[in-house]
Design a protein around this ligand. Sequence first.
Ligand code: HEC
Ligand code: HEC
Length: 267
Amino acid sequence: MWATNLRIIGIVLGTLALYTLIANKIPQVQSEVPHALTLGANVTPEQLVAAGDQLYHGAGGCTACHGLGTRAPNLLTDEKGLGPIGARCGKREAGKDCKAYLYESLTSPRAYVVSGYEPIMPEMGRILSPQQIWALVAFLESQSGTVDVTASDIPAASGPAASAAPAASGGGGPGIAGGSTEPMTIIRGAGCTGCHKVGTEGGAIGPNLTHVGSRLSAALIRECILKPDTRVAKGYEKFVGVMPKMFGNQLTGAQLEALVQFLSSQK
Ligand code: HEC
Ligand code: HEC
């Protein structure tokens, strides 16, 4: 056990050293996430709602779970007689108005879990920028409610660079978890353990990754992270589309490779 652990640590450290050296040469892999959502100080509620609408139906990945009628509550249509999300968001938690509840639903979904559902919603603040989160809040409010998100809710964006920066909580630098290349820090920071078991930690929505290296090559693991839908894990056909698609944009090149090497060494 210890010998294996030491070997893994050795491999990881070696790989990290290598990739730290060439990190700057690895280009960021592009995925379909709209990068530059630049919402300036003059943004109107209509612009926010339109941006949120696009995210909701597109790269935000919300429709993988919402709107199917079973996996997650309906948001755009009635849910159990309470109306669309804009009509019920102010009544979910005592003392939380609609805006505060929606922001919490997106950034800490486990704080209030709608009864009758599993806590499988990813923490969107790790995946989307603050601008994108607020655009989604505005869009959800517009579903039979009142849009009261204003430019002052949105942290100042100083150009495309700022708007492209991930909203990793506690982050800071580029990449997830402040750009750390320590594999378990990336795995926790990216929210992988929200769905996957890795060793003794994590959930059971996706395949257990503890021995993933014995069934998938490094190349396949990389592909699963960058394009989750191209190769569906056996037995998980019903969960196609649940794994977020924007890790390619959020991880730095060095983080992606550290993650791939770590997972492929989990035999
Ligand atoms: C992996 C599946 C999944 C994805 C992807 C997902 N959600 Fe959810 N969401 C859920 C589940 C399940 C619940 C109910 C349990 C809970 O409250 O966490 C929920 C709850 C919510 C709620 C609270 C609903 C209510 O009736 O109070 C909101 C708002 C919400 N999600 C918005 C979104 C948005 C916006 C996106 C896309 C950015 C999204 N979700 C992506 C599964 C998901
Ligand atoms: C919201 C849940 C969710 C999150 C978050 C998530 N995944 Fe997944 N993942 C899944 C599901 C469901 C599958 C199986 C369906 C599929 O293959 O698309 C999967 C499949 C995989 C596979 C293929 C496994 C196999 O045995 O074929 C790998 C590798 C993987 N994920 C790695 C990751 C990594 C690394 C992260 C974090 C950067 C992550 N996932 C985040 C849900 C998730």
